[in-house]
Ligand binder design. Structure first.
Ligand code: FES
Length: 127
């Protein structure tokens, strides 16, 4: 009996594209299944969600998901409690769309967070 191993890497799952409608800003953009909502919004040139650290650490990109399916990466409980998350309040930089979405932006917890500058070097971004 012999065992053969397939040395070819598995084909990556094909990317899917979804539409994100930001109801309170009357804007939409397209996101692929491997992008965070925030990254897709920035790539599209839309200005529908406020941008901060891009890493889940500042809470500036908090949104309310009204309709649709998504997958969440780890989020700071300082900005999104378990109760918030159960209600669809999430960080746009930490979720991946799994269907078309309808969201509302401007869900800040603390207006003092408006001074946070974008940061691409945060270790939390790599998780
Ligand atoms: S941009 Fe800072 S938490 Fe998303």
């Amino acid at each position: 009996m012999s065992i053969t191993k397939n040395s070819q890497p598995a084909d990556p799952a094909p990317l899917k594209r979804f539409r994100v409608w930001v109801a309170n800003r009357q804007q939409s953009f397209t996101v692929t299944s491997d992008q965070s909502l925030l990254a897709a919004m920035e790539q599209s040139g839309a200005q529908a969600i406020d941008v901060g650290c891009r890493c889940g650490g500042c809470g500036r990109c908090r949104i309310q998901v009204l309709h649709g399916q998504y997958e969440s990466k780890r989020m700071s409980r300082a900005h999104v409690s378990e109760h918030d998350e159960a209600q669809g309040l999430v960080l746009a930089c930490r979720i991946l769309a799994r269907s078309d979405l309808v969201i509302e932006s401007d869900q800040f917890q603390d207006p003092r967070q408006a001074t946070v500058e974008p940061n691409n070097n945060n270790e939390e971004c790599k998780q």
